[in-house]
Design a protein around this ligand. Structure first.
Ligand code: AMP
Ligand code: GLY
Length: 449
């Protein structure tokens, strides 16, 4: 193994994969590292160019990817989105004899990525390792009758999930048995979500406050990263369709020290132990979607990456050097790394284009960025037309501001997001408001199946 460029003394070259707000926040954080030499982002966006070089790289062309990694002497590949991980980019790089030992991928191998890639796999994993989650049953193609019978004995609301990746749209929660039955039928008959829906998970409804918890692991030890609350629905008051996320607050007041200790002991530690027990080598980030039900954590889902927009709220709070943590993964010494977090509250507001999460316009000039003070602006759906920054559809930008408490952080984030102007600008007006009103956990319940 060629170790000539290993070691903290020499600068590291990093390739970051992705081009959304999460990747802009990752680029911003990696660029702060004293260990960094060159940062490349594939494909990146107009915001990431401030922190590194955007490159056009076809990840599916492995020969090209290999030459890039060799030519640029890349030591760390950070994978932002789940897609390439579920497709096995880690395995391709790690098992390539020409790259062996040279490159560390931050993100799991294909087998570990199944925690996100298959809901059924994730549920079985949790069941096997005694990790608290909603009770469930899975049904396959050809089991429509059994699935519909099962719905009849359940108490509504019904929670129905397509097994595979469905771009965050594979979950239906409804109290209408007719709707529930037709969703199940369409999935199992391949009419919606294609192969991703040919297996369906029907689970118990959890009533509580939802939290996005994060850890980073080298497969043996793990470090807890700041947690956040995400605002998934498009409309104020949590109304309308689900989106990728319209805002985030970190920390979330209902995830206090006591609750996070339970998350550590009952969810995080057994998950990392379970992966090892099952012989699954897992390194990188793990995002655990949790429900706080009467102060008890229940896992809703695993994601094998960071969240968007949660990353834009949690990484500015992280004082530790992110590249130092990545180096800890590369050398299996993550346990020696230290996580230092800013105590202040960070609030992130997502600025989308009208029509999101459906079709949106593009090409609208964006102005007012120069008026933003005391806040970070992360790009997502932006593009450059000549020298003019324009919208490029969907979630356009996110704005993160700090406050010494939640109310101040909210005020500061809205003050900063206000002057940003483009045709069709849409943002939720109530990010964080529910947490100011109800700082403690609401009473919740776990409905019996
Ligand atoms: P998922 O794609 O599994 O994250 O589900 C999408 C959203 O549906 C979650 O973020 C939750 O808000 C909600 N959800 C999923 N499973 C449950 C459940 N068992 N009980 C209540 N809400 C759920
Ligand atoms: N904000 C939720 C996610 O990234 O999946």
């Amino acid at each position: 193994m060629d170790l000539s460029f290993v070691g903290k003394e020499s600068g590291m070259n990093v390739l970051l994969i992705g081009g959304g707000g999460r990747e802009h926040a990752l680029a911003f954080k990696v660029a702060q590292s004293s260990l960094l030499d060159e940062l490349y982002i594939a494909p990146g966006n107009p915001g990431t160019v401030r922190h590194g070089r955007n490159v056009d790289l076809d990840l599916n062309d492995h020969a090209k990817l290999r030459s890039f990694l060799k030519e640029k002497n890349i030591r760390i590949v950070v994978v932002g989105p789940e897609g390439p991980l579920v497709e096995g980019i880690h395995d391709r790089i790690a098992d390539d004899p020409e790259l062996e030992g040279r490159v560390t991928v931050i993100g799991p191998r294909k087998e570990g990525a199944r925690l996100e890639g298959s809901k059924d796999f994730a549920k079985e994993f949790m069941f096997r390792h005694n990790i608290p989650t909603a009770a469930h049953r899975s049904f396959e193609k050809g089991q429509v009758k059994e699935a519909l019978e099962h719905l009849k004995v359940m108490t509504p609301p019904y929670v129905i999930k397509a097994d595979g990746l469905a771009g965050g749209k594979g979950v239906t929660i409804t109290s209408d048995i007719r709707e529930a039955s037709s969703v199940v039928k369409d999935m199992l008959e391949g009419k919606s979500f294609g192969a991703a829906g040919e297996r369906v998970v029907i689970e118990q409804f959890l009533n509580g406050l939802e939290l996005s918890a994060f850890l980073i692991t080298d497969g043996t030890s793990f470090k807890v990263l700041p947690a956040a609350k995400d605002y998934k629905r498009i409309g104020a008051g949590d109304t309308g369709p689900n989106t990728g996320g319209m805002g985030a607050v970190s920390p979330a007041p209902f995830a206090d020290k006591d609750f996070m200790q339970k998350v550590h002991d009952r969810v995080m530690a057994p998950t990392i132990r379970g992966l090892r027990k099952d012989g699954i080598r897992y390194s990188g980030f793990l995002f655990i979607g949790l429900m706080n039900v009467n102060n008890e954590p229940y896992v809703i889902e695993f994601n094998v990456r960071l969240g968007d927009p949660e990353t834009q709220a949690i990484l500015p709070r992280l004082r530790s050097d992110l590249l130092d943590l990545f180096e800890g993964i590369a050398t299996g010494t993550l346990s020696e790394c230290h996580i230092d977090v800013d105590d202040r509250t960070a609030v992130t507001i997502v600025l989308a284009s009208e029509g999101y999460p459906g079709r949106t316009g593009k090409g609208e000039p964006i102005g007012g960025l120069e008026l933003v003070r005391d806040a970070y602006v992360f790009h997502a759906g932006t593009a450059l037309k000549k020298d003019q920054l324009v919208t490029n559809g969907g979630r356009v930008l996110s704005v993160t501001a700090f406050g010494k408490d939640l109310e101040q952080a909210i005020a500061s984030a809205y003050r900063s997001a206000g002057p940003i102007a483009y045709e069709g600008k849409y943002m939720r007006s109530d990010i964080g408001h529910d947490l100011v009103r109800t700082p403690g956990p609401k009473s919740g319940s776990v409905q019996k199946v």
